[in-house]
Design a binder for this molecule. Structure first.
Ligand SMILES: [Zn+2]
Length: 383
């Protein structure tokens, strides 16, 4: 059995221990000490990382009470080593984990829902409840959690006897009978948990609900606490400040500013379409009536615009009406319409002559030419 120093003091970030064994496994070493402050992965919380002397601790796992440190270099068996945890990582995880207990305790007390799933990622946590929570309820829960944090309630970890355990009402995901460790947040939550926690709720600092979504008939909540919550706030605050400056809107009015921008875009698109229709009508009016073919060149026109212009010009054209968009260097997109020529039959001849590809209906075809403006004009003049 490894002596668990993290149960005696959750803020013990450095310690001295004796190396009991060290085995090579793949490119890592499995080291067992007589005691450790490194928390092995468990209870939804990841393993601590840090160093043992000059050696890096990459992972920590517990099996049957023995804690194994996975390291990148070997340690000398029998030697005394100095352990140092990645302090900030551990503290942030404890802030988040204790915050999650507060949240689950508050939800359980207010709605009777049980935490049925917990996952701690590097940037946030998700907690699943077996009941539905709406936005108004979540706001109240969030307020209550932050009141509990401000009230700085003590967090104590206890190991009750089997008899004591029977008389206690506590939250647990498993049916436990012995060696149960309970994390008690006085009057707020009592929960079986193997992970280290902060000493009082004030150390959680801040709790924020980031998201909620329906999940297996209940609700999945995304949460963030402590320094992680503060960093999240800073990042999002800075983003909103930039948006605020770009919109010349007050920081609390950026959503209104974006709505206005979207409305402007819709009306500008409408204006562009109206202008395009006007231009097409002018171009069609300017086209001289002909028994032969006519060609109009446009720049960067969309297919819709080209098609609409082609349709407007068709009555003025005895044979084929061709609308092109592009340039000599990159070639031209084309739309060709006709009221007299079967274009599906004619398309092969057109494409062969102008190094093109494309096709369509007997009355209208579309495609592209790898030809110059002059070559296109010459071809249609000869029809
Ligand atoms: Zn826990």
């Amino acid at each position: 059995m490894t002596e668990k120093l993290y149960y005696q003091n959750s803020k013990l970030y450095t310690f001295t221990a004796t190396v009991l064994s060290c085995e090579e496994k793949g490119d890592q070493y499995l080291c067992i000490l007589d005691k450790t402050a490194f928390f092995p992965e468990g209870g939804g919380q990841k393993a601590d990382t840090g160093t043992l002397d000059e050696v890096n601790v990459l992972d920590v796992q517990e099996k049957n009470g023995v804690i194994t440190h996975m390291t990148d270099k070997p340690l000398t068996v029998g030697a005394s080593v100095h352990g140092a945890l990645n302090e900030e990582q551990r503290f942030r995880r404890m802030q988040n984990h204790t915050g999650e207990h507060v949240f689950s305790g508050v939800v359980h007390a207010a709605y009777g829902y049980t935490n049925v799933g917990f996952h701690m990622a590097e940037d946030c946590m998700t907690v699943d409840f077996d009941g539905v929570l709406n936005a108004d309820q979540l706001k109240e829960i969030e307020d209550e959690c932050n009141r509990v944090i401000t009230n700085n309630v003590a967090v104590n970890c206890i190991f009750p006897t089997s008899e004591e355990l029977e008389s206690l009402d506590y939250r647990s995901k498993l049916e436990l009978t012995q060696d149960v460790r309970l994390v008690n947040i006085e009057g707020i939550d009592l929960c079986a948990c193997c992970a280290p926690h902060v000493e009082s709720t004030g150390e959680v600092g801040l709790l924020k609900v980031l998201d909620c979504m329906p999940h297996r008939g209940g609700t999945r909540i995304t949460l963030i606490c402590g320094l992680d919550a503060f960093e999240h706030l800073r990042t999002h605050y800075n983003c909103n400040r930039k948006v605020s400056a770009l919109l010349s809107a007050r920081a609390v009015e950026t959503p209104l500013g974006v709505e206005k921008l979207q409305e402007d875009i819709v009306s500008l698109k409408r204006e562009i379409t109206a202008l395009q229709t006007k231009i097409n009508r002018l171009l069609a009016d300017g086209l001289e009536q002909t028994d032969g073919c006519a060609v109009i060149f446009m720049e960067d026109a969309k297919t819709d615009e080209m098609r609409s212009l082609c349709n407007l010009c068709l009555p003025k054209c005895g044979q084929m009406m061709c609308v092109c968009s592009g340039n000599d260097e990159n070639g031209y997109a084309y739309i060709i319409g006709s009221q007299t020529v079967n274009l599906r039959e004619k398309s092969k001849e057109i494409n062969t002559a102008l190094n093109g590809r494309g096709g369509g209906q007997p009355t209208m075809i579309q495609g592209s030419f790898k030809a110059t403006k002059e070559e296109i004009i010459t071809f249609f003049n000869q029809q």
